[in-house]
Design a protein around this ligand. Structure first.
Ligand code: GLC
Length: 431
């Protein structure tokens, strides 16, 4: 399993990370190529690259290439746990400690604002990176208060995976609306002994993503104006929550799915236990690989909404430089390398992760090999970003807690939106 391989490596890698360099605090500034991110030899030297420990099997050979070409600026990979929240917690506690063990950070787009507002990462000079070559909404996830704090590395949008073999046998097309999905999940899945639908429903960032998508697909929102205005007390938001609660009540979302993160839900689909799955594009390659029970027997379409296409949350990760980085000039060069056209192509072809460079989505050879690319591009361009709130972690915790109660059928969507509006209001007032 991916996470076991990753955990093994984390131990090894962790042991060889060197400590003992002196940090220099927040010293970089935006708008220039000089300063800490320039070429001064004192700002060059060995680095660590810290990342969530999942979906990284493709990285070591890329870093070996870098290390061969940069013997004095060797990079060591540090892998943390694979869930978004655990990775965030470990990064924050290390960065707050003031130690300089972490140099370049691969941070979930969800946390860029929080890290920037807390001074944990340094602003970067815009003209150092070819931002025009990246998908535009993705670049926006790397900025906070008008400054660039990271460089987009991987992007992500949710897709609906479906069992093509089963829908074909039933003479049905993949669902475009919630009512198609619900009807097929209720009537067809049980005939084949399958669960109907799953996403990521354990309380963590993944649940926030799934609920936000349901709310936006129904035409609502949770927060507006980058978190300044609470907008969740609406009929549309209630309709989004009701979609998920109905699934549990009517049995087309199984109770087991309430404990799924990305990997558990992928496994259920890949083991042939699910008709429909909401997940990220990385699932496409894994579910097509040897050993998957459903290789060649599934497809992926945009997420459905009540009357037509739904809305995805914009996922992915950005590369940032710790405020305590030992060698900022080398850190910036490593980021340029990892976001270069050559490496971004491998992020897709070797890592099965969605790249951030726009041109790759229109490359005929890649579109032939990855038929979901045009669908994914559309979903990415219309995806909702996470609010740029310095307190996004608290926002997300409030959303998860309420969503958990709705999906456990302990609160109605009406009670839930009223409570969430109160809680989000209190978080924004505390600010
Ligand atoms: C994926 C997304 C990320 C999101 C996370 C939720 O890793 O890329 O943005 O926060 O899933 O589990």
């Amino acid at each position: 399993m991916r996470w076991m391989r990753a955990a093994g490596r984390a131990l090894l890698v962790g042991a060889v990370v060197l400590a003992g360099y002196t940090g220099f605090g927040v010293r970089a500034d935006a708008g220039a190529t000089s300063g800490a991110f320039g070429t001064a030899s004192g700002d060059r030297g060995p680095l660590s690259l810290v990342t969530a420990g999942d979906l990284t099997d493709y990285l070591p050979p890329l870093l070996d290439d870098w290390n061969e070409a940069h013997p004095d600026e060797r990079v060591t990979l540090v892998e943390l746990p694979d869930s978004a929240d655990e990775t965030r917690a470990q990064m924050i506690s290390e960065l707050r400690s003031g130690r300089d063990r972490f140099d370049v950070l691969n941070i979930d787009v969800a946390w860029t604002s929080e890290f920037a507002a807390a001074g944990l990462i340094s602003p970067l000079p815009r003209d150092r990176f070819p931002l025009d070559a990246f998908l535009r909404p993705v670049v926006d996830t790397a900025t906070f208060e008008g400054r660039l704090y990271a460089v987009p590395y991987v992007t992500n949008a949710g897709l609906l995976y479906y069992r093509k073999d089963i829908l074909d046998r039933a003479g049905e097309e993949p669902p475009r609306t919630w009512s198609d999905l619900v009807r097929q999940a209720r009537t067809i899945a049980p005939q084949y002994g399958l669960d109907g639908y799953a996403g990521q429903f354990l309380p963590y960032e993944g649940l926030t993503v799934n609920v936000t998508e349901a709310v936006h697909s129904a035409g609502g929102s949770v927060l507006r104006d980058d978190g300044a205005r609470v907008s969740v007390d609406s009929d549309a938001a209630r309709a989004g929550l009701r979609f998920l609660a109905d699934g549990v009540r009517d049995g087309w979302i199984s109770r087991e799915a309430l404990g799924y993160k990305e990997e558990e839900s992928r496994q259920a689909f890949q083991d042939g236990r699910l008709l429909f799955l909401r997940n990220w594009p990385y699932v496409y390659a894994d579910a097509s690989a040897e050993g998957s029970k459903i290789a060649g027997r599934f497809g992926a379409v945009p997420l459905p909404g009540p009357d037509g296409p739904g809305t995805s949350v914009l996922g992915g990760s950005n590369l940032a430089v710790s405020s305590h980085a030992r060698h900022p000039a080398s850190a910036a060069d490593l980021i340029s390398y990892l976001t270069s056209e050559r490496v971004q192509r491998q992020v897709l072809t070797k890592g099965s992760l969605p790249p951030v460079r726009a041109a790759l989505y229109e490359d005929p050879e890649l579109v032939r090999a990855y038929p979901y690319l045009p669908t994914l591009r559309q979903s990415l361009l219309s995806a909702v970003p996470r609010p740029k709130s310095p307190r996004y972690d608290q926002v997300s915790l409030a959303v998860q807690a309420v969503a958990q109660d709705v999906m456990a059928l302990r609160q109605t969507p009406e009670e839930a939106t009223a409570r969430l509006a109160r809680e989000l209001g209190a978080i924004s007032r505390r600010g």
